[in-house]
Ligand binder design. Structure first.
Ligand code: TXE
Length: 478
């Protein structure tokens, strides 16, 4: 179990002398107590290593040579996933099947972006003013990433794979709640053959995050987490060196179920998919709108599903477990508090309390017809708590779906293609799932409208966001 900082391809103690402890949310047992916490001197050392790598060996490699290392890393990750997954599960309480899936997303990200290393085309324009113009794209340089705990390995992959594919170097800080699996990846970075300093992995909390956001030697930062912290990152980025910023923040995503929807499919997406990761997913569709003509039947059936899934609650290391605990005591208090508030804002259909007497387990919960200003209807709860309202018309459903400060994801359930595309075109969110939910692929952009973030990860946009654009003009008259 690695607990030191991974800087310049070496595991080192933090100069800060500070450590943090990690506890298992299943039973609050101690998992690790000496995880090194990066202080300013450690962040400076990581930036220096990344800068030296960028100016040195890394910038001399060609695209295909970078691809080779990325593919080797992906293979090593797949080979060691079964050893690394439990490190994540012990810290986050996510069932091992979930952390294995997240590690698979990490290696997929490296494989996907390994295909982009030699495919960034420039542009050239006909001479119109005596100048022959070429537009080319160049790596931004030293970049940093900050991730949350709910999909640690995946956030690591989305951010770093795109950056190194185009020749940037990187310092990554995961969540203080789940440092262990990420630190273990350092060994694989080295074994894959990445030169020292290309990928650095540090641990710490918001303070280390702030040091990255305000560091004058970092040219871009990519953040995944809460809106509150994301705004802090953007503030510090502006106040320091106006580093580029990408923000993947929270959501309170709507889902609209029309009267012609495939009900069984809708039930699967609003139970199994919604409850995946114990509801701790930024793209979870937690505000469901059901056409009034099918609502009573749908709610009854969903209640039965939620009560069935309550039986899949269990220890993260039990392969039969689908619902693990919430990540820690802070989140447990937060979700329990929302459940109590909800009982005064809506009708409790099922759940609404703690599950068992130990560990941070809560019951899958459904609230029906929350008041328009209800906190459970307006705020991101980040737990297995869904709210349901009914609607009469398509216009009313779209109006309610868009009535939020967030704009990350949305779902539309209908068998009419024209209605699906009509509604999708009017929903104010970066992603819309038709007859599905929580779909995610590396090949298309991922990100939010409004306060759900800015910029995109994934796909072509994700890789272009690690490049600067330069226009070269050649005087054709000399
Ligand atoms: O997030 P934080 P937390 C939401 C969700 C959750 C709430 C709190 O509602 O209940 O956020 O979760 C680093 N400058 N989401 O506490 O605080 C921090 O160290 C720089 C939704 O986990 O945002 C960690 O690495 N960095 C989200 C990362 O930011 C700072 C997923 C996330 O921590 C910082 C997670 C600062 N001032 C939480 N403060 C999603 N949409 O997926 C903290 N950090």
């Amino acid at each position: 179990m690695q607990t030191q900082l991974f800087i310049n391809n070496e595991y080192v103690d933090a100069k800060s002398g500070e450590t943090l402890s990690v506890y298992n949310p299943h039973d609050e047992s101690l998992v690790a107590e000496n995880v090194q916490v990066a202080g300013q001197a450690d962040v400076d050392a990581a930036v220096a290593a990344a800068k030296a790598a960028f100016k040195g060996p890394w910038s001399k490699l060609t695209g295909p040579e970078r691809s080779k290392l990325m593919l080797k890393f992906a293979d090593l990750l797949d080979k060691h996933a079964t050893e690394i997954a439990p490190l994540e599960s012990k810290a986050t309480g996510q069932p091992v099947q979930v952390t294995m899936m997240l590690l698979g997303m990490t290696s997929s990200a490296f494989r996907y972006y390994a295909g982009w290393t030699d495919k960034i085309a420039g542009e050239q324009y006909p001479v119109v003013d005596g100048n022959y113009k070429i537009v080319q794209h160049e790596p931004i340089g030293v970049c940093a990433g900050i991730g949350a705990w709910n999909a640690s390995p995946a956030f690591f992959g989305f951010k770093i794979a795109a950056a190194v594919a185009v020749g940037c170097t990187f310092i990554y800080k995961g969540s203080e709640k789940s440092p262990l699996a990420l630190l273990a990846l350092g060994d694989l970075v080295k074994e894959a053959g990445f030169p020292p300093g290309v990928i650095n992995i540090i641990s710490g909390d918001g303070r280390a995050g702030s040091m990255l956001a305000s560091h004058m030697g970092i040219n871009k930062i990519s953040f995944t987490g809460s809106v509150f912290a994301g705004k802090k990152v953007q503030e510090l980025a502006a106040k320091s060196n106006l580093k580029r910023v990408v923000l993947e923040l929270g959501g309170k995503s709507p889902s609209i179920i029309f009267d012609d929807a495939d009900i069984e499919n809708a039930l699967v997406h609003h139970s199994q998919n919604f409850l995946f990761n114990t509801g701790q997913a930024c793209i979870a569709a937690s505000r469901t709108f059901v056409h009034e003509s099918i609502a009573p039947k749908f709610v009854e059936a969903l209640k039965a599903r939620f009560e069935q899934f309550a039986h899949t609650i269990g220890a993260p290391d039990d392969p039969k477990t689908f619902l693990g605990p919430l990540v820690d005591g802070k989140q447990f208090e937060r979700v329990m508090n929302f459940m109590e508030i909800g009982k005064g804002e809506a009708e409790l259909v099922t759940g609404g309390g703690r599950h068992g007497t130990s560990g941070f387990y809560v019951e899958p919960t459904i609230f029906l017809n929350p008041k328009d200003d209800a906190r459970i209807y307006r705020e991101e709860i980040f737990g297995p708590v869904i709210t349901i309202r009914t609607f009469k018309t398509e216009e009313e459903a779209i109006e309610m779906a868009n009535d939020t400060e967030y704009g990350l994801s949305a779902c539309v359930f209908t068998t009419s293609v024209s209605r699906a595309l009509r509604v999708a075109g009017k929903i104010e969110s970066g992603m819309v799932n038709i007859n599905s939910s929580q779909t995610f692929g590396m090949d298309a952009s991922f990100g939010g409208y409004k306060q759900s973030g800015q910029g995109r990860e994934g796909g072509r946009e994700g890789v272009m966001s690690y490049l600067e654009t330069k226009t070269i003009s050649i005087n054709m008259n000399v």
